[in-house]
Design a binder for this molecule. Structure first.
Ligand code: XMP
Length: 318
């Protein structure tokens, strides 16, 4: 019978047998899959697992530092690499969604490749690939592994992609990954996190990306997500986030007319992201959230709630 505990035992043993004293590199994304894969490998090979967590400057507010702290608290051998400036400079002026994705994928690979060269004699690349990724070959929910998979066909392979690949979760589903994580003592909050796309806030800022737009959207997103947690709605939602729209709309401030940014909030129910329905969030919650955003985030004077289902409307706006 499959149980999380027996899965952990057999997987840890087989990882030990397979890897021996070799070194392994793994990209952590802050998501469930890469984290559970890392903890399994850590149990099997300890310090020979070298985790890399890249800040692309497009994560949620304060997320890079808080997730890095959490990983360190779990005893993982992890290196945080803040490449925000490099990502933002390469994205400068680009407003085509697919080009933004390509730039982020390419820069991620370059940063990851540089970092893996710094690990002497690394032999293996570990990935948090789960069974649905194996079938679809491209993950819907992101993270470094999805980024790598969807971009590895451009140009020559970077060196880390020539490493032997180890994927401890490739035979199991998401709910099983969560159970395995729980049985290894990973924090419930981390295991219950919403999916977050690899390109991050870049595909939620419609049009070109600037540091200021990222800052505005991080503030808005944090108010929305913290509100969902406070109102105990977070776990009823499959994914949520805010979009920064490329329009200014009119507002009044005293006797003055202002033209400021409009943000759209999106919260969906889904099983796998392939279809999705907007969540019927309480009006009181929406009211409180909208007031908080408009009163606290400079540059935003209008908040709308997205009530579109997928299909045809995708979850992300880009
Ligand atoms: P859509 O917008 O296609 O999103 O309905 C479905 C799921 O996929 C995520 N998503 C991405 N994840 N790279 C990723 O890693 C991407 O380019 C990307 N685009 C969308 C989205 O957040 C949702 O979970």
């Amino acid at each position: 019978d499959w149980t999380p505990d027996s899965f952990v035992d057999t997987t840890v043993q087989s990882l030990k047998d397979k890897i021996g004293n070799d070194k392994v590199v793994l990209g952590l994304s802050g998501g469930v899959d890469s984290t559970v894969a890392a903890v399994l490998l850590d149990k099997a090979i300890g310090e020979n697992l070298h985790c890399i967590f890249v800040n692309n400057g497009l994560l949620r507010k304060d997320e890079f530092q808080s997730v890095l702290d959490q990983y360190e608290g779990m005893g993982l051998n992890v290196k945080g690499v803040d490449a925000s400036a490099r990502f933002l400079s390469e994205l400068k002026g680009e407003s085509d969604p697919e080009k933004k994705r390509k730039i982020i994928g390419r820069v991620f690979i370059e940063v990851f490749d540089d970092e893996s060269h710094k690990i002497k004699d690394v032999k293996w690349l570990a990935q948090g690939t789960i069974y649905p990724d194996v079938i679809e070959s491209v993950s819907a929910t992101g993270g470094p592994s999805a980024t790598i998979k969807s971009h590895h066909n451009v140009g020559g392979l970077p060196d880390f992609m020539k490493l032997k690949v180890v994927e401890p979760l490739r035979m199991i589903f998401k709910d099983e990954v969560r159970r395995v994580g729980k049985s290894m003592g990973i924090d419930a909050e981390l295991l219950g996190r919403h999916p977050f796309p690899g390109p991050g806030l870049a595909i939620r800022i419609l049009g070109d990306i600037t540091e200021e737009k990222v800052r505005i959207l991080q503030e808005v997103d944090a108010i929305f997500i913290n509100g969902l947690k406070k109102w105990d709605l977070y776990n009823d939602v499959w994914q949520a986030g805010a979009m920064l729209l490329p329009v200014n709309s009119v507002g009044v401030m005293g006797d003055e007319r202002t033209y400021e940014k409009c943000v759209a909030l999106r919260a969906v129910e889904s099983v796998d992201g392939m279809t999705a329905d907007w969540v019927n969030l309480p009006y009181k919650f929406l009211q409180e959230t909208s007031n908080k955003i408009i009163n606290n985030v400079k540059g935003v004077n209008r908040v709308v709630y997205d009530i579109s289902s997928k299909p045809p409307a995708t979850i992300e706006w880009e």
